[in-house]
Design a protein around this ligand. Structure first.
Ligand code: 5GP
Ligand code: ZN
Length: 112
């Protein structure tokens, strides 16, 4: 099992923010913003590049969970950024699909 599968299964401790049938969200261990949450599917999917017809339903559930997670965190009420690194050149280090939800400050440095 990969590290994020173990976190979703509760085998590795994490600070849980949100959970439902399909998703698990927890605080990033090395936060890059005042709020830095990782949202993952419970099912192991490697990255955005592995999204396909078979897992699209789960991915859709993860997308739908983003505003739910945001609504639980008052610091995100004025907005937040969602990032998913896919593959080596993007700097992906954990190969279990995850969405970084970042906020709690105005982020002026735009990559895109
Ligand atoms: P990536 O670089 O793959 O886009 O993001 C992986 C993220 O997972 C990093 O921001 C890193 O800090 C976080 N991370 C890695 N291992 C753990 C862990 O064991 N617990 C938590 N909470 N976050 C982790
Ligand atoms: Zn996994």
């Amino acid at each position: 099992m990969c590290i994020f599968c173990k976190i979703a299964a509760g085998e590795i401790p994490s600070t849980k923010v949100y959970e439902d049938e399909y998703c698990f969200a927890f605080k990033d261990i090395n936060p890059q913003a005042p709020v830095h949450v990782l949202l993952i599917p419970k099912e192991h999917i490697e990255s955005v590049n592995s999204i396909n017809e078979e897992n699209a339903n789960v991915v859709c559930e993860v997308m739908k969970a983003i505003p739910k997670v945001a609504s639980l965190i008052p610091e995100l009420k004025d907005g937040y950024r969602v990032i998913s690194n896919s593959g080596k050149n993007a700097g992906q280090t954990v190969f279990h699909l995850h969405f970084h939800i970042l906020g709690g400050k105005e982020m002026n440095e735009h990559i895109v």
